[in-house]
Design a protein around this ligand. Structure first.
Ligand code: ADP
Length: 491
């Protein structure tokens, strides 16, 4: 298959110093191709070889299946545009004049004429880079980021098939970086522009690049999609820093987090305090706990210090419960970013708290239970299950360091214990008259101090799982009895 760019066994040395070792890769038309690697790994040298700024020493480079060496400078400029890392500000030129220089390769004859085509290309490039309003300004009066956009506009005015970028976002703030990369990405899709760019930022590279080349001391350490390549061990080997890989929240792309030499100090369960009023039950920890929850506020994985179980009337409705709950929390001076917020129609004074403490595990389970909406989930398909605020809310605080697997297993174990408690208390689904497994709006939060003892798992075969099973079962039973008692008193 024909490739836009093909690099074969490319080696390069400055004097006796070899900086590229038999580098091979290929880039297809319309690809966004990223080059990554630590300082001194040979990225810039590689890019300079691709733009013929450095002469070929060993190996081969082909552009559109033609050897790069066979291109005259002008022929090359019609296909390849370069945005170098730093460009000296040319004094006396305006923005527009600088961008016009990009048309050089397209002009013909000894006395080239400025054509409508040239003007259109320049205006389009100015528009795309957001420089229309600044075209008459002298470029030496622009900021570093603006100047970089001018040179990008010049490269675009060249209407290249391949754009080579050396850290294109170097002088830009994060918003400008994202805007530029969004644009470039769009051009690769719409105009089939091929982009080869050096990146310093692994996140940006993994978000925008179709493929990445990872250089390590002049060798290709890896070549593949971000997902294949951004692997913890590879990155640690190449960059010599500890990293952790996670999923991007909305894209199937990996995110890498560097692990700093900063220790998370936690005071753990000992620092936990709880206050209850008729309006809310609030658990506060002195240092943040890592939380996996399904709460209205703070769902997913969060670090939190405040855990609020708020009592709302049975008739509570809101078109946007999350926004309403955040408002509620703000009015009560909670730091919303550090708060897990749940709701219940149950009286929160009826919460049941169970501590489990032995040699292996220290945890605390807090449950509020109302079973007005009790439902047998295996038969829920037969009924029109409402999602009003009935609810069993379960919070579990654990001293220790949980893996992702342990967090998810903790949810499973706690749910199994809750369901068993409902069945042992004889709670029925009023529609099907079978044992209820939960209510339609149950909520759970697993909070761990993430210091001290490590727990890889939390299934029923583990000490942690056993403690969760026992504590949640007992707390749920007690909470159900408190609920029944209050119902009985009302009658
Ligand atoms: P990167 O872009 O990944 O930081 P470079 O391609 O700039 O890497 O540099 C690769 C190696 O080549 C480095 O060790 C650098 O010091 C060396 N180098 C770069 N340019 C020259 C030069 N003009 N003369 C001698 N050595 C150079």
């Amino acid at each position: 298959m024909s490739k836009m760019l093909r690099v074969n066994e490319l080696s390069y040395r400055y004097g006796t110093k070899q900086v590229l070792h038999r580098v091979s890769f290929a880039v297809e038309q319309g690809e966004f191709f990223g080059i990554l690697g630590p300082n001194g790994s040979g990225k810039t040298t590689l890019l300079k070889l691709l733009s013929k700024e450095l002469p070929l020493q060993e190996g081969a480079i082909a552009l559109n299946d033609m050897p790069l060496v066979s291109f005259s400078p002008k022929q090359l400029a019609r296909v390849v545009a370069v945005l170098p890392q730093s460009v000296e500000a040319a004094f006396g030129y305006t923005v527009k004049e600088t961008v016009e220089l990009g048309r050089y390769a397209h002009q013909r004859g000894l006395l080239p004429k400025w054509t409508e085509e040239d003007e259109r290309a320049v205006q389009e490039a100015l528009a795309k880079t957001g420089l229309l309003a600044k075209q008459q300004q002298p470029i030496d009066q622009l900021s570093g980021g603006e100047r970089q956009r001018v040179y990008l506009a010049r490269a675009l005015a060249q209407e290249p098939k391949v754009l080579l970028l050396d850290e294109p976002t170097n002088h830009m703030d994060i918003a400008q970086q994202v805007r530029l990369l969004n644009e470039l990405k769009q051009w690769t899709n719409e105009k089939r522009l091929t982009v080869v760019a050096i990146f310093h930022d692994l996140h940006l590279a993994s978000l925008y690049c179709d493929r990445l080349l990872l250089l390590h001391e002049g060798h290709v350490a890896a070549n593949g999609t971000p997902s294949e390549l951004i692997e913890e061990t590879t990155m640690e080997h190449v960059f010599h820093v500890a990293v952790r890989r996670q999923a991007h929240p909305v894209l199937p792309a990996p995110l890498l987090t560097f692990l700093p030499h900063v220790k998370h100090m936690s005071e753990g369960l000992a620092s936990l305090t709880m206050t209850t009023t008729s309006e809310q039950l609030v658990v506060t920890t002195k240092t943040p706990f890592k939380v996996l929850s399904s709460a209205v506020v703070g769902a997913g994985v969060q670090w939190a210090r405040y855990f609020v179980n708020r009592h709302v009337p049975k008739q509570y409705t809101s078109s946007d419960p999350e926004a309403e709950m955040k408002q509620y929390l703000r009015e009560r001076s909670f730091d919303v970013q550090q708060t897990i917020g749940m709701m219940t129609a149950v009286h929160v004074e009826d919460a049941s708290i169970v501590y489990e403490k032995d040699l292996e595990v220290s945890l605390c389970a807090i449950v509020t239970a109302g079973v007005g909406n009790a439902v047998d989930v295996t038969k829920a398909w037969q009924q029109n299950v409402s999602s009003s605020v009935g609810t069993i809310n379960t919070m579990i605080f654990i001293d220790g360091m949980l893996t992702d697997a342990a967090f998810v297993q903790a949810v499973m174990t706690a749910t199994e214990a809750k369901t068993k408690a409902l069945s042992d208390e004889g709670v029925l689904d009023p529609v099907t008259n079978t044992f209820a497994t939960g209510t339609s709006t149950d909520c759970i939060a697993i909070a761990a101090s993430q210091t001290g003892r490590e727990y890889a798992y939390a299934g029923s075969a583990t000490a942690l799982g056993k403690a969760i099973g026992r504590a949640v079962y007992e707390a749920t039973i007690n909470a159900l009895r408190n609920y029944e008692k209050r119902k009985g008193e009302r009658r």
